[in-house]
Design a protein around this ligand. Structure first.
Ligand SMILES: NC(=O)C1=CN([C@@H]2O[C@H](COP(=O)(O)OP(=O)(O)OC[C@H]3O[C@@H](n4cnc5c(N)ncnc54)[C@H](OP(=O)(O)O)[C@@H]3O)[C@@H](O)[C@H]2O)C=CC1
Ligand SMILES: CC(C)(CO)C(=O)C(=O)O
Length: 312
């Protein structure tokens, strides 16, 4: 099995990690970006500029008939997921594999509900990229896509196929032995960091100096840990300790995506982060008071941004 025809839906920050290298490997006719309407027009006329190079990738509309894709990368924000699942329907064939690289713990389940687990591998990103007005600059050799089956002591044929493709493209990857644990660890870090920074309007650098910011970050991580443990995912205090070093090495002024979204007056992925924790906590009878405050506090910021109420 080999990847000869691939597609990407979601040519934003994360999409820009993949698109140039996938097109370089497969050629313009065998790598397509899925988009329609004004988005398609923008990608075809203005394109995107990635590390100083302007790209106008070949766009395929959801309605267009054509070859089925061997690999589809999905890289939208949470709010776009359900539409995107429908938009790739024409590209999913018998052998298609889908990687939905979004943050959060539930995107694979949603894609698998539409297409079946035979078509879905687990994945997540350890990378930080900002795309603003179609421009993204980053070191393409820093950061990794993590992917694989739930467990990867031995590699299945489809995991090897995607691995060989990423090797050929020069896309840095990691195959976690336990992908579910990896996804939950990333989620625990995201909830602690993204929610704390968004509610308080502080950059990552605050975690180097503020005991109180760290107290909140760790308390939110512990709410996630309690839920993960109940669901059989073995996150522990050691994982929280390990992230302590990582978070304090992130460049001082960097901001997690949730705060970036608030500052850009966009809708955030709070539903996917604190919203998921509150929902699962309720279902499992696990208290999540901090995520409850994060969730509603960030929702109020969104309402202020979109003018849903008059803050007079
Ligand atoms: N940015 C980062 O550093 C990281 C992000 N992540 C996660 O990755 C995911 C993607 O984030 P990110 O790349 O930052 O988000 P962006 O907003 O930068 O990119 C999302 C892109 O998806 C496009 N899109 C949405 N719906 C569709 C659709 N139906 N068809 C075609 N294109 C569509 C959007 O187009 P348009 O702009 O026209 O709406 C946009 O270009 C999120 O879950 C995020 O949490 C994970 C790790 C790090
Ligand atoms: C870049 C990173 C890892 C920072 O938390 C992220 O996932 C986000 O901002 O959403």
């Amino acid at each position: 099995m080999e990847i000869r025809y691939a597609a990407l839906i979601g040519l934003g920050a994360m999409g820009s990690f993949f698109a140039p290298r996938m097109e370089a490997k497969l050629g313009r006719d065998h790598f397509r970006v899925v988009a329609s309407g004004a988005r398609k027009e923008r990608l075809e006329t203005k394109g995107v500029t990635i590390n100083g190079v302007n790209y106008k990738f070949s766009v395929r509309t959801p309605e267009e008939e054509g070859p089925k894709a061997d690999l589809i990368i999905m890289a939208m924000k949470d709010m776009g997921l359900l539409q995107a699942i429908e938009d790739i329907r024409n590209l999913v064939g018998e052998h298609t594999q889908i990687l939905c690289v979004m943050n959060g713990i539930e995107s694979e389940e949603k894609v698998a509900a539409a297409y079946g687990w035979d078509h879905v591998l687990y994945s997540y990103m350890r990378m930080s990229i900002v795309m603003k007005d179609g421009v993204a600059d980053f070191d393409p050799n820093w950061g990794t896509v993590h992917f694989g089956e739930a467990k990867n002591e031995t590699l299945t044929a489809r995991t090897q196929m995607v691995r060989d493709f990423f090797e050929a493209c020069g896309i840095p990857y990691v195959i976690d032995e336990d992908m579910k644990r990896g996804i939950w660890f990333k989620f625990m870090c995201n909830v602690g960091e993204n929610m704390t920074c968004a509610l308080l309007g502080i950059p990552f650098g605050a975690f180097r100096t503020s005991d109180s910011a760290n107290e909140l970050r760790r308390a939110a991580m512990r709410e996630v840990m309690a839920i993960a443990n109940r669901l059989g995912v073995d996150l522990s205090e050691q994982d929280i300790e390990a992230q302590e070093k990582t978070v304090k090495n992130i460049p001082y002024g960097n901001k997690p995506s949730t705060l970036q979204d608030l500052e850009a007056k966009k809708k955030t992925e709070v539903e996917l982060f604190a919203g998921t924790v509150v929902r699962l906590g309720k279902k499992l009878g696990i208290p999540t008071p901090l995520c409850y405050v994060f969730y509603h506090g960030i929702r109020v910021y969104e309402e202020k941004n979109t003018g849903e109420f008059d803050p007079r």
